[in-house]
Design a protein around this ligand. Structure first.
Ligand SMILES: NC(=O)C1=CN([C@@H]2O[C@H](COP(=O)(O)OP(=O)(O)OC[C@H]3O[C@@H](n4cnc5c(N)ncnc54)[C@H](OP(=O)(O)O)[C@@H]3O)[C@@H](O)[C@H]2O)C=CC1
Ligand SMILES: O=C(O)[C@@H]1CCC=N1
Length: 260
């Protein structure tokens, strides 16, 4: 694999997670810039740059890791031609980034999620990309070290955001509600939370290892005349699946709105 020098503009949550992956892939030369210099100092061994343009000059592939509303002003600061950029910004299309960048810039759009931080990320790459084959292999290598990598066409990136980009928040909410319900029924809060977390982890592992569908596995838990079926009736009566669909609709709609 050809090795490239990565650079980061914005050193918050997601940049920290991606830098973790870069280090696991054995890459040590990297360049960082954040308007808050303290955040740059957290990355041992990284070269701290003085400006956005300084990162772009020094690195080969630049990860754009600022919030979507900040991205246009950051892109306008770039004067260096011909570099490769990877954007993780929700809702900002490749076309919009291209409009704001120097003409010869090459762009890849991806949607990661925060479990990257613990090596369990879900990363989706929009295809096709402007990056060379070597650059693309390099990016896939980095992300494969900290998660699974999927590929979709550009018109599906908002849908990816609705499922895996924002998805960790939905899962945390479900776990929190389950643990709190257990505490209401007398379990110590910490015990209830550990049971809820392990239940999620175990259920996910069952999906992966058995290859069964979620419906088959639900059926296996629901004994006829038993306890689970009573809980499932409440979910169905309250259209829980419809509510999840509604929430994802809202998330995808916001992602589309950001891209206008
Ligand atoms: N968080 C998530 O779950 C996910 C986020 N994303 C995308 O990742 C991107 C980054 O999100 P996240 O890491 O959570 O955000 P953070 O706020 O944690 O990180 C962004 C960093 O950029 C800094 N910054 C702001 N303005 C500038 C500037 N002009 N130049 C350099 N640095 C600047 C911020 O500093 P300060 O805080 O001082 O403003 C902050 O340190 C977003 O575009 C988001 O859509 C994608 C998938 C999942
Ligand atoms: O909420 C957000 O806008 C970002 C993008 C996906 C997850 N967090």
């Amino acid at each position: 694999m050809k090795v490239y020098k990565p650079g980061f503009i914005g050193c918050g949550n997601m940049a920290s997670a991606i830098i973790g992956g870069i280090k696991q892939a054995g890459i040590t030369e990297l360049y960082v810039f954040d308007k808050d210099m303290e955040k740059c100092r957290a990355f041992d061994g990284a070269t701290i740059c003085k400006s956005v343009d300084d990162v772009v000059k020094s690195a080969d592939i630049i990860f754009l890791c600022v919030k979507p509303n900040i991205l246009p002003e950051v892109l306008k600061e770039i004067t260096v031609e011909g570099k490769a950029f990877v954007s993780i910004a929700a809702g900002i299309t490749v076309e919009k980034i291209r409009e704001l960048l120097r003409p010869a810039a090459r762009i890849m759009r991806i949607m990661p999620n925060t479990p990257l931080l613990v090596g369990k990320g879900a990363i989706c790459i929009q295809m096709p990309t402007d990056l060379s084959e070597g650059e693309q292999i390099f990016i896939e290598e980095i992300f494969s070290a900290i998660g699974i990598v999927e590929h979709v066409g550009g018109n599906l990136m908002d849908s990816v955001t609705g499922v895996s980009g924002s998805g960790p928040a939905y899962v945390y909410m479900f776990i929190d509600a389950l643990a709190k319900a257990g505490a209401k029924h007398g379990l110590p809060e910490d015990v209830s939370l550990r049971l809820a977390v392990q239940t999620f982890e175990g259920a996910c592992e069952m999906l992966k290892q058995t290859g069964d569908t979620p419906s088959q596995l639900i059926h296996n838990v629901c004994s006829p005349g038993g306890t689970t079926i009573e809980a499932m009736k409440i979910f169905d009566m309250n259209e829980t699946r419809g509510i999840i669909e509604w929430a994802v609709d809202a998330c995808v709609a916001k992602s589309k709105e950001l891209s206008k």
